[in-house]
Design a protein around this ligand. Structure first.
Ligand SMILES: Cc1cc2nc3c(=O)[nH]c(=O)nc-3n(C[C@H](O)[C@H](O)[C@H](O)COP(=O)(O)O)c2cc1C
Length: 184
């Protein structure tokens, strides 16, 4: 069974992370939720934190730098930070690992593991763009929260699912929500 580590940080769009957790059917899920993410979840969704935690097999405190997932000896298939705040992205880009979310990313980078980051911010400052470039050059997949419209979404849910489906494809997780393009 695949092992997926998921970090929820404090960017808007916590629903993307929650939906990803809901849609993964066959994987061992390790979840880290930052303190800011908890705040944003409370402000922009009606989800209960315990409901979200229960979608994972293992949950770690973002301050727990000694958690199992913080070590290079912990083998996993993909690490997805969704949504990824500009703050967390900046930390990873310059090598700061003072939270578990950033620590796992830096360890995963040195171990050459698959990392997918889903930033959400607009507009983007030059610093943010430079950080994305630095991460992309280090092999990190940058998948900004930019749902497509070619599948003609009718609801916000459709848009969330289309984004989450793309992320699952990138992580090699089987899913039925990714809309495959075929010319009409
Ligand atoms: C309601 C709300 C929405 C936010 N939205 C964003 C956002 O879309 N993108 C972003 O980079 N930061 C956003 N932030 C700011 C981050 O939460 C803040 O930078 C925080 O320090 C990130 O911490 P973390 O990366 O450890 O989760 C938002 C904050 C709040 C309260």
């Amino acid at each position: 069974m695949k092992k997926i580590v998921i970090g929820l940080s404090g960017a808007s769009g916590s629903i993307y992370g929650i939906r990803l957790l809901e849609k993964i059917k066959e994987a061992e899920i390790h979840l880290i939720i930052s303190e800011s993410a908890k705040k944003v979840i409370e402000l922009e969704t009606d989800y209960d934190l315990n409901y979200i935690k229960n979608l994972a097999d293992y949950v770690y405190d973002d301050s727990n730098i000694a958690a199992t997932v913080s070590s290079g000896s912990f083998i996993f298939d993909s690490y997805i930070i969704i949504p990824c705040s500009s703050s967390t992205m900046a930390k990873i880009a310059v090598g700061i690992s003072d939270t578990l979310i950033s620590r796992v990313a830096l360890v995963a980078m040195k171990e050459r593991r698959r990392i997918i980051i889903v930033p959400r911010e607009t507009p983007l400052s030059t610093i943010m763009i430079k950080n994305m470039l630095a991460l992309s050059e280090s092999g990190v997949i940058i998948a900004p929260a930019m749902p497509g419209f070619y599948s003609r979404p009718k609801t916000v849910d459709d848009m969330v699912n289309s984004m989450v489906g793309r992320v699952m494809d990138l992580a090699g997780i089987e899913n039925e929500i990714s809309k495959r393009w075929s010319h009409p």
